[in-house]
Design a protein. Sequence first.
Length: 458
Amino acid sequence: MREGLIETYIKAVRRLLPSPFTIALILTGFTLVLVLVKQVVGSGTFQPLTTIEWWSSGLWNVGLIVFAFQMMLMLVLGHILALSPSVDRLIQRVLKYCTTSANSAALVAFSTMFVGLFNWGLALIFGAIFAYKVGKKAETEGLAINYPLVGAAGYSGLMIWHGGLSGSSLIKVAEPGHLAGLMGDSYQTILPNMISLGSTVFSWMNIVCSILLLVVVPFTMYWLGKRTHSEIPSFSKLPEEIPKEETQIGAERFDNARVVSLIAGLFVLIAVVVEGIKTEGEILNFFNPNNINLLLLALCLVSHRSINAFLKATEEAISGASGILIQFPLYFGILALMNQSGLITNISDFFISISNEWTYPILTFISAGLVNIFVPSGGGQWAIQGPIIIQSSLELGVPLNKSILALAYGDQITNMLQPFWALPLLGITKLKARDILPYTLVIFLAGSLVFLTVLLLF
């Protein structure tokens, strides 16, 4: 009976869900309508031309474009690292244990989430490649598995990333002076100069939360693997492996020489060390978007066997980010509409008005999750919701680090409902959004239970 209900639900979701780009277009139209209705109901005005100007100005917001480049570079570099021989060897070691839907989904979920604590871009591509290799192994060996379930497990890293070392809001508040700059000069004497990763990523609350997620989610995927339909995967066209370099002559040999990529990588690594030495305070203050990308670049150069291999991996990684590139401006437009119209403030203020110091973190978690469905960008969401969260935390006496983590948890959990960041994974695994979303919804429910429990207990 349970299996029948799950399969019925899966078929219903697959029948109703369009592509991620279509979802972005629908959300844009829906937000436009909400803003226009708010104008008429709230002030009795109707300003369609002004609303369109808000939307178009948001598409090319300079600050968000810079942030988008940082995040896309983080994704591309993570993808390049995931394509390296070192990561492939790691996957091959675990792959031999992937013999059924249940243990395959559990192993892919655990590995991907663990990697997600270090870097979201690496986790996304690592999970995608791991899931694809599981499917390829099943096809080659004639093993019946639930390949969409394994693909969903490969996406699970996006529900833990914001509590890790690459969490957008967490690394932004770790920048000296960021909080005062966000709130204004009048808050300089009230707010701390920064909130280090020691108070967020490495706080006891977040450590316990991460451990629980690493246990609960893989167990949930194992349970689903035991209760859903399995079949031998069939790929119409398998993703091409990165070809080995052909023998070159003359100066072209430098492109294929291991020593060149190694020296280049070590040089960049020295630059990373220099940046670390320059960092004031504890070493965790080093982690910001630029330094993380610098470290990833060093690891990519060292991990690949030559500059030529690195460049070929780069070409493949960039193609995987093409869908994100074309959709990012649409979400910037939505963000501008919600900001300029005051809609995002209305949503957050509503939760604040009905909360106290005990319920506020829970309601922040819920509101952040709701906003993330419309604007799936952790950094962009922090830029808008951050000031509201800081002000409310000060008024209600809620620790800032807990409120910020509540936002991070809400932002990441609804990635399981929003397929925007799944685009590279879908391209690699040859799955569709409607194939994996029924299972990511179950992950969403399991993860929400963990987050709510942790926020209530700490």
